[in-house]
Design a protein. Structure first.
Length: 136
């Protein structure tokens, strides 16, 4: 009985943290890192730590509510879970989604035909200068 009594508040606290992290991720279009999520969500939950943020982000990924992409700068999180690519601005670091086009399917099929390989995923790390930075 005592175990359930002490477990309940911590479960409530962790689901509140997960909700706050998921809510922030939903509004953040820039594919934040765990550190950026921590900085933003700490405004609402000051006691939040980086380990908790990582744990909750990974749980969201595991449950299919978010995706993680590895960038040379580290892991970034996204609420989009369908296959897509990322464009990173080398000036301001903003990350934008790039949808796979029909041309992509064509060359992957050609590659599979010529090599006999089975492609499971395609990730393009597209680099350049974003429209805002080009205007500056
Ligand atoms: Zn930029
Ligand atoms: Zn994305």
């Amino acid at each position: 009985v005592r175990a359930t009594k002490t477990a309940a508040p911590s479960t409530r606290r962790s689901s509140k943290q997960r909700e706050a992290i998921a809510a922030y991720l939903e509004t953040a279009a820039h594919h934040p890192t765990a550190e950026q999520v921590l900085r933003a969500v700490r405004k609402r939950i000051p006691a939040l730590g980086l380990a908790t943020v990582y744990r909750n982000l990974e749980a969201l990924v595991r449950d299919g509510h978010a995706s993680r992409t590895m960038h040379p700068e580290g892991a970034r999180y996204d609420t989009r879970v369908d296959p897509h690519h990322h464009f990173t601005c080398s000036v301001c670091g903003i990350v934008e989604n790039v949808d796979p086009g029909p041309q992509e399917t064509k060359w992957i099929q050609a590659f599979q035909r010529s090599t006999g390989a089975a492609v499971h995923r395609v990730v393009a790390d597209i680099r350049g200068v974003c429209a805002d930075c080009r205007r500056r």
